[in-house]
Design a protein around this ligand. Sequence first.
Ligand code: XUL
Length: 550
Amino acid sequence: MGPPQLQRTFLGFDLSTQKLKAILLNSSLTVVASAEVKFDSDLPEFRTSGGVSPGPNKHEFFVQPVMWVKAVDIVLDRLVMQEADLSTVAAISAAGQQHGSLYWSKHGISALQSLDPEKFLHAQIDDSAFVVNRTPIWMDASTTKQCLEMETAIGGHTQMVQLTGSKCYERFTGPQIRKIYQQRTHAYEDAQRISLVSSFLASLFLGSVAPIDFSDGSGMNLLDIREKAWSKACLNACAPDLDERLGQAVSANTVLGGVSEYFVKRFCFPASCQVVACTGDNPSALAGMLVDNDWLSVSLGTSDTLMMSFEKPPNWEEGHVLCHPTQTDEFMGLLCFRNGSLVREAMNNVEAGGDWVKFNELLESTPRGNFGNMAVHFNDMEIIPKAKGTLRWNKDCLPNSPDASKGVIKFSSPQIEIRALIEGQMLHHRAVAEDMGFQFGTNTKVLATGGASINKSILQVIADVFNAPVHIQNESEAALMGAAYRASYALYRHELDQTVPALSYRDHVLSLTSNNLQLVCEPHKDSESIYAPMLERYKAMAHILQSGIL
Ligand code: XUL
């Protein structure tokens, strides 16, 4: 027998680049305990920087998987030290950084199945559990050759987009697996199974290799996102006998089975505790936000990221379409932009001496539309559109005027520079989202997350440029919360009498807890009349920068 309904808890993990974090939620989905392990400082023996190590060759980045195993040992001990009662855990799930791949040895799989509760996990799932003990992670960009080979083999990049939701990207798992197959053929042949970071965590808890879920599987260039099955053409283009190494993919709502006896004996988990399929950190963040299809989530971080849901998969030439983590028939879009916070910080340093209060005062001292002054700052090569450079236009610059590609050298004041940057960034984000098929309308709402989402002056520009109210959420760990919420939802579905219609994921979670959304900024009435024409001017400016690099 498991714990009584009211005392049941749900355990979620997020294995991100820099740390492993765990959270325990009670039956009304509020936090009762949490713990974390930071890789650089808590596990210095692995000598990581920011949780990763550079590889021997250019653009290579890796992690020793044993570091993650050790982090699981420690994070559970830390939860217990906080007096978290793990005998109440009814279900577990996790989010993992996307794209990384782990290659299980025969020995590793049998170690997983016969864990001794007297010993640490890392003493049993050690280097010998993997045939490749340097897991390539999402920061690795060393597979340009393999990307080209895979796309060519299946008939070009449009075909790849249509099948898998993304063209081939260096960090995606398919090209990474192909590189291992080509450069370490014996290791590939010895690999019994291949896990993603998310399904690897599920495997530890399950005590056997866990299936990959459709959403995280969409970050591999191997899954047919419409059929929700591995694409034979992509598998063949990647490496031989790959389907048996990947196993069958499953929905992220799947209950995979009971927790391994190891955790029952060592940490007092109930034998009835269920392991739910784990997924990627971005899909899990979307699940954690508890918003519907009218919402656009804008994460303002090192890079700016947009996330949205779609009923039908759009065919994006750039960006990523993934199977939706909670609405099984739907899809999610993910757009990453390189020129985010770093560009804002550089501008702050130059124009406001690095003082954000001053930066905001200057931003607010200029009117919406900035007297017709606009700027596009792609300090680094932007991902969408592929363009680099800076272009400033004043009100007299027109797309066809002879000086359009030169623009003006500098604006007359710091406040104009600052507003031109922030408006330019948000016009860029809106233009790309619209081009990709996100329909801005009267119901559109924005959820701002990430570091710069505490900056109300920037959020007001987003509200005006997007002509939509902007909200924030008290909870900053959306991927982690998403993992625990999904554990609760999958168990609810699993236990439901099949004759009763199931609540949707969102309705289930919101029947227990709130999504803590807080309205922070509303668009001004004149926003659309100001920014609609500016959007067209922005497109012309971006086009000029784009043609400059062709
Ligand atoms: C998404 C991506 C990163 C990782 C890191 O495509 O590469 O966001 O998931 O967490």
